[in-house]
Design a protein around this ligand. Structure first.
Ligand code: TNX
Length: 525
């Protein structure tokens, strides 16, 4: 009797596990529109079936250029470790056969613009098309997110590598979608920066702004002023050893970012936030005396001597070397919190520095205070705190990069219990950093004046990758979505579910993230 009951119970358990498994596979990945994608694509049409990635699948590229091949190789490298498949990248002479992935730039569609893509998935084929390799690269991030989370693991996994069928048409709302890493307060080396690039690429960001100098450290080798890096780079907040990038290392970072279609924007902060340089070269000080190195976290106490001609030679030399290392269009000149520079000195200084950058063929970005000065055409002001500054920039015809501190400063604590971070701009929970629209944030500054969004990570309190990831995740994906997805398709209730479904993916990507109580975390997607 007992044995019979046991048998029946076992059968019941077996059947319910079977049904559960079946329902998981059915709901998981056969409805494309229900997939958790970040940023949310512009449009998704489901066709209710699925594509099965199997051993023997290859990636076919249409058009044999170096860039296309690199993009193909990038996708293959994302797929190979976890599937264990020997995926090859081959030129496509005709429509590839069943079971393959096809990357194509042969059929331009204006609507997609430069970074957009169309992903068409049938039972037989994954076809990703775009107008450029860059668009393909963005689309590949979507393919990654459509596969089970364990695709991110570095070792071979048993798996149903299924992707729901249908079509995604997708392109960004703003051209500039960035993150900033402050390598000056605490130094982060080449491998860390590359890892950060990998992380932001997943969410289709296309800019990494590197804050390369501040009171506490100078982080880029300048051959004509060598003491900047050697002495100015020799410490950091808290008195640690600091460090700097040699020009070779920096060029390697720029190349690594370029390969992921991410523009590096280098920042040299001036006329304030410059103690590391003032400690390295006495002649940059009005009194001719070098300052002490600084390892605290106060701001606004240093100023380069704006009345000395040598200061402009210094700026010109630094910009000359930096411009030569910069493949992107921008150089960031800082300009924030110059409390130790008189306003009447700040104004002509910022004008002259803009001219220097322009003369080296680069466009200027500066923190919103630069609008106190006359702005050159094509200068961008990065709004962080002062709306009047941003409005003044727009009235001069400048574009605005939106980094409102109370929304995008991912060095702010999540809540009163967060141990890392600062709180001068308030606590920023995950919902708060997501719920805002750049185009309405400052009355009087509309979308036509906005180039995009950027999430800065200041590192006074952050000294290693674990801490960095904890502050960045999960707020950065939300900022990436604000930059990519139109406001009309964004809402928190939908986003929090998609974000919650990333728990397993973050885990498999080995990302240390904040388990915000605002988000319904679900592992195993
Ligand atoms: C303000 S934002 C700063 C930085 C600090 C940051 C800390 C800006 C342009 N300046 O120097 O690191 O606050 O949150």
């Amino acid at each position: 009797m007992i044995r019979k009951q046991n048998k029946a119970a076992n059968l019941l358990i077996f059947l319910s596990v079977l049904v559960l498994n079946m329902s998981c596979t059915l709901t998981n990945r056969s409805d494309l529109a229900k997939e958790s994608l970040i940023p949310r694509p512009v449009s998704i049409t489901s066709t209710g079936d699925y594509f099965f990635l199997k051993s023997g699948a290859n990636i076919y590229i249409e058009g044999e250029t170096d860039k296309l091949r690199k993009v193909g190789d990038y996708l293959a490298e994302r797929l190979k470790p976890a599937t264990g498949f020997d995926i090859e990248v081959k030129p496509a002479e005709k429509v590839p056969g069943s079971g393959n992935i096809w990357l194509s730039v042969s059929d331009p569609d204006q609507k997609l613009g430069f970074e957009g893509y169309e992903l068409s998935i049938t039972k037989d084929l994954i076809k990703l098309s775009a107008n450029s390799p860059e668009g393909l690269f963005r689309g590949i991030q979507t393919i990654r997110q459509l596969l089970p989370a364990k695709i991110e693991l570095g070792t071979r996994q048993q798996g149903d590598w299924k992707i729901a069928t249908g079509t995604i048409v997708d392109y960004p709302d703003y051209p500039y979608r960035g993150a900033m890493l402050d390598v000056a307060r605490h130094f982060f080396g080449v491998d860390d920066v590359k890892h950060f690039i990998d992380l932001i690429a997943c969410f289709k960001m296309n800019v990494l702004h590197l804050h390369l100098s501040d009171d506490q450290g100078w982080r880029i080798e300048i051959k004509s002023w060598p003491i900047l890096a050697i002495h100015g780079g020799s410490t950091e907040v808290g008195g640690g050893a600091g460090g700097y990038f040699t020009q070779e290392q920096y060029a390697d970072i720029v190349k690594y970012a370029d390969d992921q279609y991410i523009t590096i924007v280098p920042e040299i902060d001036m006329p304030g936030h410059i103690n590391a340089a003032l400690a390295s070269y006495p002649e940059l000080n009005c009194n001719g005396k070098a300052t002490e190195l600084y390892t605290g976290i106060e701001v606004g106490f240093s100023s380069i001597c704006t009345s000395k001609e040598i200061s402009y030679k210094f700026v010109n030399d630094v910009v000359t070397e930096l411009a030569a290392l910069t493949t992107g269009p921008y150089i960031h000149i800082g300009g924030d919190e110059s409390h130790a520079t008189k306003k009447e000195d700040y104004i002509p200084f910022v004008k002259r520095v803009q001219d220097i950058v322009r003369d080296h063929g680069k466009l200027v970005i500066g923190w919103d205070e630069i609008s106190l000065s006359a702005l050159n055409p094509n200068t961008t002001a990065q709004f962080w705190a002062n709306r009047e500054n941003a409005l003044r920039a727009v009235s001069q015809g400048a574009k605005i990069l939106m980094s409102p501190a109370s929304k995008t400063y991912i060095d702010m604590k999540y809540d009163s219990t967060t141990t890392l971070g600062q709180k001068w701009a308030g606590f920023i929970e995950v919902d708060s950093s997501y719920i805002w629209d750049p185009a309405t944030y400052i009355p009087g500054i509309g979308k036509e004046s906005i180039t995009g969004v950027e999430a800065p990570l200041w590192t006074e309190t952050i000294s290693n990758m674990d801490e960095l990831e904890y502050m960045v995740f999960p707020r950065l994906p939300g900022i990436a979505e604000i930059g990519w997805s139109p406001d009309s398709i964004r809402n928190w209730d939908d986003y929090k579910v998609r974000l919650g479904n990333f728990a397993g993916r973050f885990k498999d990507m080995n990302i240390n993230f904040y388990h915000s109580p605002k988000v319904p975390w679900v592992e195993g997607n």
